[in-house]
Design a binder for this molecule. Structure first.
Ligand code: SF4
Length: 268
């Protein structure tokens, strides 16, 4: 089987930075998974870095993930006198700063994103007046004098532009900031280009990884697409009558995982 890899895929700078910041730590707690990838979570657990779901469960050292966290969690950790290692990606911090700036100027913040995602909750905690939206219908209900439109860093650019166009119709003073990160955009563009040239796309990444799910959505519109976390999930039945398989991976997928998948497909 011929396999073509996307030009841009796998670990982004924010994920690499977060991993580098914690690799020498022992006996620490991450608030949620540091990286949405089961193999990396397992590796960290072996080093004594455990995942907790609330600050109450943490002791001594608390690691904030690359997606950031709501301000209330930082305040709670400080009250408990925990040592905090904040790996929030600088690109996520930029979205927080915009939310703070326009909140001070009394703009409503409209945030495109998944309501349940930690990054979105973290950004939303930086402003008093925030509405999180994820669909055209929700966007068309927004009728205001002024607002600031921001995005979760891993949303699709296509969707961001579509929603910005809807918002412009009903909000005369709309400040639009495309806060989708460059790594996300490059991965989406490469995946889209590759999907047009192959018979099947395989996306590798954690099932709970927002940017991986987005890659699947994008490719699925173009060609048959499968999402897997690791090589042994590959079903050779998928390759019947196919000649070329395209491969891409989310921003939290390690190179070794990608390599194992590639090797397995090439054996078909
Ligand atoms: S996907 Fe982008 S925003 Fe998220 S951690 Fe990576 S570089 Fe930062």
């Amino acid at each position: 089987m011929k396999v073509i890899c996307a030009e841009n895929m796998g670990f982004c700078s924010g994920v690499k930075r977060a991993l580098d910041m914690v690799l020498n730590e022992r006996n620490a707690y991450t608030l949620g998974q540091l990286i949405h990838n089961p193999q990396v979570v397992e590796l960290l657990e072996k080093k004594g870095i455990k995942v907790v779901n609330s600050v109450d469960e943490a002791d001594r050292t608390l690691i904030i993930t690359a997606h950031g966290t709501p301000k209330s969690n930082i305040e709670k950790a400080k009250k408990k006198e925990l040592r905090i290692i904040d790996t929030t990606c600088p690109l996520v911090k930029r979205v927080h700063e915009l939310a703070v700036e326009f909140d001070k100027k009394e703009y409503k913040i409209i945030l495109l994103g998944d309501k349940e995602h930690q990054e979105v909750k973290g950004t939303a905690s930086n402003a008093k007046d925030v509405t999180i939206i994820s669909s055209d219908e929700e966007a068309s209900k927004m009728k205001l004098d002024k607002a600031c439109f921001l995005s979760q860093t891993t949303q699709s650019l296509e969707k961001f532009k579509e929603i910005a166009d809807i918002l412009k119709k009903n909000i005369p003073e709309l400040k639009i900031f495309n806060t989708i990160c460059d790594a996300t955009k490059k991965r989406q563009d490469s995946a889209m280009n590759l999907a047009k040239k192959v018979d099947l796309m395989i996306i590798i990444g954690g099932y709970n990884s927002a940017n991986t799910k987005r890659l699947k959505e994008i490719c699925n519109k173009i060609v048959e697409t499968k999402h897997i976390e690791k090589a042994d999930e590959i079903d050779f039945e998928w390759f019947k009558d196919k000649k070329i398989v395209g491969l891409t991976a989310g921003a939290s997928t390690p190179d070794q995982v990608i390599k194992r998948v590639k090797d397995r497909i090439e054996k078909y």
